[in-house]
Ligand binder design. Structure first.
Ligand SMILES: [Zn+2]
Length: 335
């Protein structure tokens, strides 16, 4: 397991809430595992910096995941997955032995752009509040937002005096900012591509070099939704998250540069098309750009998954949407 500052741990307070037990007052509480009139369970910070609970009758000593495992009669690994999922904590990296971004080797550099021409904005990982706000705004699981942060495809910053979420990648060739409060920058402008950006850059292309399955999305909201999908597939053990990369073009009229695609070994490409004319036309063009002998390229439009919906974000946030997408992915693969 890796120590990842983006991933917080569950707390005993949260677990007690989940188990329907009275809240913990101070540092002791009734032991959940024996009939306990006087609080004989103590909660303290252990030597490793994590919360530990210990019953002085000797029936339990361990951390919050040990307690969950005991309460639900499962193993610790299952406890990690389930409890974190119930609390909206990202789980994807708990199974990893090293951080995701190190597993994705950069593709060979193509044309070198002048550093001075690149977009610039000071970006950070944000705080827990921002992660929650963005996941609420986009109606997706927090784990998806954290996964995008962790992979370096999302950052938080201030733009024109407003808190913003920004899609970007390691190359620094393209940054696109949207307001964290969900409002427009001015008139109908929801997203601003920062000055100096290469609008046709495929975001995340370097990070995707080692993946087997490559998602291509239109726009930032769908890129985030795709991360929520990867997170869900990892949770269901439907796929190894390390083998799936998320990339995106910031509009249907953009075209990925063939030279930058040369470094991609991806065998399977899935284009998540918007269900509108521009989206469908764009997806067809993208398919041509991505096509090569060693790749399969499929287009899946939002309304082929759930009728009436426009984009991947709509489907991911719809009831039953994630399950419908995973089913559709299987059909397309075997169809
Ligand atoms: Zn006890």
């Amino acid at each position: 397991m890796i120590a990842n500052p983006l991933l917080r741990r569950a707390t005993f307070s949260e677990l007690f809430g989940l188990l329907g037990l009275p809240p913990i007052k101070g540092t002791s509480c009734p032991c959940p595992f024996h009939e306990d009139k006087n609080p004989s369970c103590s909660v303290f910070i252990g030597a490793n910096g994590h919360e530990i609970a210990k019953c002085f009758k000797g029936c339990f000593c361990g951390d919050v995941y040990d307690m969950y495992a005991r309460a639900f009669r499962c193993d610790r690994k299952t406890a990690l997955m389930e409890l974190n999922h119930k609390l909206g904590i990202a789980i994807a990296t708990f199974q990893l032995d090293r951080p995701l971004h190190e597993r994705f080797q950069p593709a060979p550099k193509s044309t070198q752009r002048d550093e001075r021409l690149r977009p610039s904005l000071s970006l950070g990982l944000g705080d827990n509040r921002m992660v929650v706000d963005l996941s609420t705004l986009r109606r997706i699981h927090e784990g998806g937002v954290r996964l995008a942060l962790e992979r370096g495809l999302l950052g938080f910053g201030d733009y024109m005096g407003r808190p913003a979420w920004v899609m970007k990648d390691r190359s620094g060739m393209l940054m696109q900012a949207r307001r964290l409060d969900g409002r427009t920058w001015f008139r109908d402008t929801k997203a601003i591509t920062l000055k100096g950006s290469d609008a046709n850059h495929l975001l995340g292309v370097q990070e995707a070099a080692e993946a087997d399955l490559l998602f291509v999305c239109e726009g930032g909201p769908d890129m985030l939704a795709a991360h929520a999908l990867v997170h869900e597939m990892a949770l269901l053990k439907a796929a190894d998250p390390l083998r799936i990369a998320v990339t995106g073009l910031m509009g249907a009229s953009m075209r990925p540069r063939r030279a930058t695609l040369a470094g991609l070994k991806a065998k399977r490409v899935v284009i998540w098309s918007h269900a509108d004319e521009a989206g469908r036309d764009g997806a067809k063009e993208w398919k041509r750009c991505f096509w090569s002998k060693d790749r399969t390229v499929d287009i899946i439009a939002a309304d082929e998954i759930l009728a009436g919906l426009k984009d991947l974000n709509d489907v991911v946030s719809a009831e039953g949407g994630l399950a419908a997408i995973i089913k559709k992915l299987m059909e397309v693969r075997h169809g």
